[in-house]
Design a protein around this ligand. Structure first.
Ligand code: NAD
Ligand code: MG
Length: 393
């Protein structure tokens, strides 16, 4: 029986993963090693009982008593806190879903690769903060990374059987997010509630707001570079409001292979779960005659400054990806807390990058997890100082 673990099981991707695991036989088909959640002990316990997990870990230690109580007598180990999370990640599994949001997902991603199995990678921050380290760890241990981000899964599927050196461009699509049709001048007034609504996808709040600002797409450009190893100038972004075409790969013979599917993460999760086979998936089928037309446009640089910043980050290389992600996370925290405006996020990230670039070693590639985590902490500090000065919070 395949041994599996899910990190971030109670989130949006985590719930879709749980849904597929249950539909594909649950505890009869999978031996669940670890399930983890952030705060929702009640839901984590339900999932752990349904999949008969060995261990359930809640990141927030305050929720551990509730988890213990819910799992009492079940034989499932209940644990809490970041050390327990790291310990769970050290337990070998054949298939690991990394779906924690943010840089906190890097530890389980790296640990999973050290076991030489398959890492189903939803946590794009792992590749943005430590891409070369992640890919090298996979190579060293004979592990496989299967992308779960919908665009990257789509490009991966379009590239099946193709040689990467015949690729001219990889295009990832973007819905344009909540403010696609807003006048640019109005963006400064955007509220957290307005930014937390996605036109097509049902996702966690952070990635939904990142879709409105296109910081999500900015992370995904870097993710594309790190995962496929293609040059930044070969990576393109197209605004595609229908969110049905997820990626397009253009080859040197002038043809393009694209990937279409309903905006449902169970497509990409199910592909990674069943690879190299294709299993029946409970997702909506596309009726293209009914849909009628698909539209595409170039992203407006004034509306989405994050895309330009991502290109600067790739040009700088080294630890800049870790700085970029941490600054973005700090700015997003501040926006959600009501301390800065929606349109302050990009300038905060840019200023943090500028200040951090002046520090020694930032342009050098990450050689260890510790260096990435140190850089992450330093960048959050600088981002917070920047916000205090810029925004007078
Ligand atoms: P989410 O917020 O819905 O869920 C995140 C999960 O991580 C939850 O289980 C949460 O409790 C846990 N968590 C949060 N902070 C944590 C911490 N510090 N330590 C340990 N656990 C923590 O997020 P999501 O939308 O499911 O996204 C998860 C990841 O997948 C992100 O990296 C996101 O970019 C990526 N992704 C998501 C989607 C989507 O459709 N939601 C699509 C593509 C990629
Ligand atoms: Mg995506």
């Amino acid at each position: 029986m395949r041994k599996i673990s899910v990190f971030g099981a109670t989130g949006s991707v985590g719930e879709s993963t749980f849904d597929l695991l249950m539909r594909q036989g649950g505890p009869e088909a999978f031996r669940t090693v670890a399930l983890t959640g952030g705060r929702n002990a009640k839901r984590l316990a339900e999932q752990a009982l349904a999949l008969r997990a060995e261990i359930a870990v809640i990141a927030d230690e305050a929720a551990l008593p509730q988890l213990r109580e819910a799992l009492a007598g079940s034989g499932i180990v209940a644990a809490g806190g970041s050390a327990a999370l790291a310990e769970a990640a050290d337990r070998p599994a054949d298939w690991v879903m990394s779906s924690i949001v943010g840089a906190a997902g890097l530890v389980p991603s790296l640990a999973a690769l050290r076991h030489g199995g398959t890492l189903a990678l939803a946590n794009k921050e792992s590749l943005v903060t430590a891409g070369p380290l992640l890919m090298q760890t996979a190579r060293n241990h004979g592990a496989r990374i299967l992308p779960v981000d919908s665009e990257h899964s789509a490009a991966f599927q379009s590239l099946r059987g193709e040689k990467i050196e015949t690729v001219e461009t990889v295009t990832i699509t973007a819905s344009g997010g909540a403010f696609r049709d807003w006048p640019v001048e109005r963006l400064a007034t955007a509220t957290v509630a307005e930014a937390s609504v996605h036109p097509n996808w049902d996702m966690g709040q952070r990635i939904t707001i990142d879709s409105a600002s296109m910081f999500n797409k900015a992370l995904e450009i870097i993710e594309t570079r790190e995962f496929f190893g293609i040059a930044p100038e070969r990576i393109e972004v197209l605004v595609h409001p229908e969110s049905l075409v997820h990626a397009l790969v253009a080859f040197r013979d002038g043809c393009m292979i694209g990937h279409l599917g309903a905006p449902d993460m169970r497509h990409a999760i199910g592909y990674a779960l069943n690879w190299p086979e294709r299993a029946h998936l409970p997702v909506a089928r596309l009726n293209l005659a009914e849909i009628g037309r698909l539209t595409f446009a170039s992203p407006d640089p004034a509306r989405y400054p994050a895309l330009r910043i991502a290109r600067e980050v790739m040009a700088a290389g080294g630890l800049t990806g870790a700085v970029f992600n941490a600054a973005k996370e700090a700015a997003l925290d501040a926006f959600i807390a009501g301390h800065i405006r929606f349109t302050d996020m990009a300038p905060v990230v840019e200023e943090t990058l500028a200040r951090m670039m002046a520090m020694e070693g930032i342009g050098k590639p990450a050689t260890s997890l510790d260096i990435v985590l140190q850089t992450d902490r330093a960048a959050r500090r600088v981002a917070n100082e920047t916000m205090t000065e810029m925004c007078k919070v």
